[in-house]
Design a binder for this molecule. Structure first.
Ligand code: PBG
Length: 333
């Protein structure tokens, strides 16, 4: 048959592996990945998180070993989350300002063992509060009190930086916290500590497994935690970009979108709206979904994992926090 005369035949460049590689636009490497790690007090075996197969609560010794493996695979940073014993939690999260708490000890050990691995720490009170919210409650007991919480977060950031954290990451969504944290750090001469702000963080249904991992669900008496008075409405992209750009104005060094996979439009819009580096957090529920489907035999784990991460990078992320970091890095040269 006489060929159609087509000026454009996009399939021409998809014919072979070599051609497909030549025109590949987005590449993922271990250097793009940040591994979240859960650290707890005490010894014993790593504790599996039931809703996140393959993820464990680690003692600080186990955490340092895990971090060493990640570093050797080319992963430049870890994000540390403390699991706090319920007996140490109270309504105002006081243990966050105890210099002996497990997070600060873990950061110190990690920086001593692996000085070149970047350590990111979460600035938010939820691991420490008896109600599981990210800040202190106002008199009504219904709302997180913004300005009081901001003052605590700024102090918390100093404790983290003092322990050696390279990047502090406010994940609480209070107004004005980036400015307060920047001012507090600078006043201490900690001008090199960077701020990665969870700038566009949505009130998502996908945080459940994480709250299980750090025990903030148990703190809330197993009730689902409603964070809609501070986290963003999943319906709002414009508001998300607006809020993220405020964090840029307040001095954030890196902006993050979270969750990642269901919010790629926000990521791509933010990519066009700022020149700052962007991070995206592929969160616990995103991880759990892929693993569950793979476990049922309904999805190919490696392919789904790689595609989910590639899509986040394509949409505009320079770096991705993901519980798949180690397994994904192992498949990358
Ligand atoms: C809270 C915080 C959350 C995550 C990181 N920091 C959960 C929340 O807002 O309740 C979630 C990460 C994940 O789901 O993987 N400060």
């Amino acid at each position: 048959m006489t060929p159609l005369h087509l000026l454009k035949r996009p399939r021409r460049l998809r014919r072979t592996h070599a051609l497909r590689s030549l025109i590949q636009e987005t590449h993922l490497s271990a250097h793009d990945l940040i591994a979240p790690l859960f650290v707890r007090d005490g010894g014993g075996d790593p504790e599996p998180v039931s809703s996140m197969p393959g993820v464990f609560r680690l003692s600080s010794e186990q955490m340092v070993e895990e971090a060493r493996e990640l570093y050797d695979l080319g992963i430049p940073a870890v994000a540390l989350f403390p699991v706090i014993d319920p007996s140490l939690k109270d309504a105002i999260g006081s243990h966050a300002l105890d210099p002996r708490n497990i997070l600060y000890r873990a950061v110190r050990e990690l920086k001593r063992a692996l000085p070149d691995l970047l350590v990111i720490t979460d600035v938010a009170l939820d691991p420490y509060t008896s109600h599981g919210h990210d800040g202190v409650l106002d008199d009504s007991g219904q709302m997180v009190a913004n300005d009081q919480t901001v003052a605590l977060l700024a102090r918390m950031a100093i404790f983290q930086a003092d322990a050696g954290s390279d990047i502090v990451a406010p994940s609480d969504m209070m107004d004005g916290r980036v400015r307060a944290i920047r001012q507090a750090l600078d006043a201490q001469g900690m001008t090199d500590t960077a701020i990665l702000s969870y700038a566009a963080k949505f009130a998502s249904s996908l945080y459940g497994p994480f709250r299980d991992a750090v025990g903030s669900l148990a703190a809330a008496g197993g009730k689902p935690l409603d964070k809609r008075t501070y986290q963003l409405n999943p319906a709002n992209a414009r508001e998300a970009v607006h809020d993220a750009l405020l964090d840029e104005d307040e001095g954030a060094d890196i902006l993050m979108v979270k969750p990642a996979g269901w919010y790629l439009d926000v990521l791509s819009e933010l990519r066009r709206s700022t020149r700052l580096p962007l991070a995206a957090y592929q969160i616990s529920g995103e991880y759990a979904q892929i693993l569950a489907a793979a476990h049922m035999g309904w999805l190919d784990l490696e392919k789904a994992r790689a595609e989910s991460l590639l899509a986040i990078k394509r949409a505009g992320a320079d770096m991705i926090l993901t519980y798949f970091a180690k397994d994904a890095a192992k498949t990358m040269a």
